[in-house]
Design a protein around this ligand. Structure first.
Ligand SMILES: C[S@@+](CC[C@H](N)C(=O)[O-])C[C@H]1O[C@@H](n2cnc3c(N)ncnc32)[C@H](O)[C@@H]1O
Length: 260
């Protein structure tokens, strides 16, 4: 699916790769504030897609490495890096196998926006993230909230109806799609498969890997339109319409590795 989607997304107005080549960081202010100063620090971006966020961190001064298993995404990221941050490294690998493909440790291990649901084994993911975190460094995750994944994403009226289970199963859920969200006009039907992971599972997996949770923040907005009646604010985040009860739509988490 990612191999088919990525060239279309990369060519879309929403991605605006040509504009990105000319300058600017696309990193959201909230994440910049929560991650803190990156200048001079090494940063590993897991599931980096076409590298826009990776290279945004590079433009803020980080020494970046991005990882994705989609060859199309990695090729696009490398081509962007040639113009934006030639020292950026991009690795084509399954994140769950990464220790056999990449050496070293990083001050910051970063992952965000549409990543965890593609992974069948979150405990293995947390082990990998901890493996690459230098002592005194941290893992930072910004992701849509598992409670928001319960919502009926076919609902045409602005009401909160539950459609999916909170707790994930060993077998993934299968969803039929017509087109990637960034390119709604594309006719590219197929099936996607995703695993549910509860918030408890995310925290427990990181703790089991030896990391210490510094904060877990829940937010009433998310980076993309999870249900059709959401609206996008000036700040780019998508929210439920006014009048509905508020609920968590995304979360951010920082977990550090002790320095000794
Ligand atoms: C929704 S995209 C992430 C988008 C990213 N947050 C951004 O805004 O650029 C999900 C990415 O995860 C990658 N991916 C999914 N499963 C993976 C795995 N097991 N190992 C490495 N990458 C994976 C896909 O190839 C895709 O690029």
């Amino acid at each position: 699916m990612w191999q088919r989607w990525t060239p279309l997304k990369a060519a879309s107005a929403q991605y605006d790769l040509a504009g990105f080549r000319t300058g600017g960081s696309r990193m959201r202010a909230l994440e910049r504030a929560e991650v803190g100063e990156v200048r001079g620090r090494s940063l590993l971006h897991l599931q980096c897609h076409v590298g826009l966020d990776t290279l945004s961190w590079a433009r803020l001064g980080a020494q970046v490495t991005g990882v994705d298993f989609c060859a199309e995404g990695v090729a696009t990221a490398r081509s962007l890096a040639a113009d934006v941050a030639p020292s950026a490294v991009f690795v084509e690998a399954d994140v769950l196998d990464l220790p056999s493909r990449l050496d070293g440790t990083f001050d910051i291990v970063y992952t965000s926006h549409g990543v965890l649901g593609w992974l069948p084994d979150l405990y293995r993911w947390a082990e990998v993230a901890a493996h690459f975190t230098a002592p005194g460094g941290f893992v930072y995750v910004f992701e849509s909230h598992p409670a928001a994944w319960m919502l009926d994403n076919k609902a045409d009226r602005p009401e909160l109806r539950l459609r999916y289970s909170y707790f994930g199963e060993e077998e993934p859920l299968a969803f039929e799609y017509r087109s990637p969200t960034a390119v709604p006009e594309a006719e590219l039907p197929g099936w996607e498969y995703a695993w549910g992971h509860s918030l408890g599972e995310v925290v427990s997996a990181l703790a089991a890997a030896g990391l210490r949770v510094e904060f877990l923040h829940e937010w009433p907005f998310v980076a993309w339109r999870l249900v059709p009646f959401m609206t996008q604010g000036q700040d780019g985040w998508w929210r439920l319409p006014e009048g509905l009860p508020s609920m968590p739509l995304s979360f951010s988490l920082r977990a550090s590795k002790p320095s000794d």
